[in-house]
Design a protein. Structure first.
Length: 351
């Protein structure tokens, strides 16, 4: 649910999150790259799905509280499933549009629709079963049996696979509680060549929570729920994350928020080696790296709702990443980067 990194996840991202998946190639790719992606699409296998069950999740106060914390925080679900006010700091949903869905026209994917996930029975998720929602969130099978588009442009179910059973139940309980919004949307119509690339995997075994007493393990879990990898790791000409550039930035994200390259968040001098814990918390709370303002496609507007302990755990995990030398600077004119294949600030300085 991130944009892709909601987009982000959007959303994605973000979600999350973002825009480096097949068909919709990131800015800076060549016609040759596009041909390579098409070849990969034509050789991929189809999806798999498990049958739905009748399991339900009791709406306890603890689940409601935990679900609110996850949805309004690290998972930043509404950054993709809402019309967003990009002109307001933190990019909140427009009034009356929270969870009511979104069509990704301005991102170059008018065929892609994040559905209405409010409890409206006619245009939203009001008639969807708990297990149907669970399967969509973690396994990538939509309410109508379609395979969902994964991150970096679509639903980050590849990362949400790691969401514990307890957190999954909490997310669904919270989504049942939000304001119902009547908002009819078209159905996503996937390009035929894209359908061949989607390979969601059923989850048939329990997913336990991580060791929350271990800051690094806790941080790793939260980074997965935040879909951070898909935005902060550039993809190659086949649409695959580039090995060796994990979290090293450079992915160019273009949409109603403008155009920006994701940052290198490894502990390399070209990344965020100068961050300390206090600065990291300040960035997540304010959306500023000292005097520099972050683009709102970075979902700090949701991350600022997180507890200090969770943000500190994320920072602890990021400090364990392999340092990667990859200079990315959005204050400089974009130039071609031989390392990641994108055009971004300081691209010519990378060899």
């Amino acid at each position: 649910m991130a944009h892709w990194c909601k987009i982000a996840c959007i959303a994605t991202l973000a979600l999350a999150a973002t825009l480096a998946i097949v068909i919709i190639l990131p800015k800076g790719r060549s016609p040759r790259d596009r041909h390579s992606v098409t070849k990969r699409l034509q050789s991929s296998n189809g999806p798999r799905a498990r049958p739905l069950t009748n399991r339900t999740f009791e709406p306890t106060p603890a689940r409601l509280e935990r679900g609110r914390y996850l949805v309004e925080g690290i998972a930043h679900c509404f950054m993709c499933h809402s019309e967003v006010d990009w002109n307001t700091s933190g990019a909140p949903p427009l009034p009356g549009k929270r969870g009511a869905g979104y069509i990704f026209s301005e991102e170059g994917a008018p065929w892609l629709v994040a559905p209405n996930i409010t409890p409206d029975p006619d245009t939203g998720a009001g008639t969807w079963s708990d297990d149907l929602l669970a399967r969509a969130i973690r396994e990538g099978i939509g309410h109508d049996g379609r395979t969902l588009v994964p991150d970096p442009i679509g639903m980050p179910y590849k990362n949400f696979r790691h969401m514990s059973d307890k957190d999954l139940a909490s997310v669904i309980v919270y989504l049942r509680s939000i304001e119902s919004v009547r908002n009819a949307l078209p159905t996503t119509e996937l390009p035929e060549e894209l359908k061949k690339t989607l390979n969601p995997e059923p989850i048939t075994a329990p997913v336990p929570p991580p060791d929350m007493s271990n800051p690094v393990r806790r941080g790793e879990y939260l980074v997965r729920l935040g879909n951070c990898t898909s935005c902060h790791t550039p993809s190659d000409e086949q649409g695959q994350l580039i090995s060796g550039l994990d979290f090293a930035g450079g992915l160019v994200l273009k949409g109603p928020w403008g155009e920006v390259a994701s940052a290198n968040i490894t502990p390399d001098p070209s990344g965020i080696s100068y961050y300390d814990e206090a600065l990291f918390l300040q960035v997540m709370r304010t959306g500023h790296v000292r005097a520099r303002k972050l683009n709102s496609i970075m979902p700090w507007g949701y991350f600022r709702n997180m507890m200090d302990e969770d943000l500190k755990a994320i920072f602890a995990y990021l400090r364990t990443l392999t340092p990667v030398k990859h200079r990315v600077d959005n204050t400089e004119p974009p130039t071609y980067c031989k390392v990641c294949g994108f055009r971004h600030g300081f691209g010519e300085r990378n060899e």
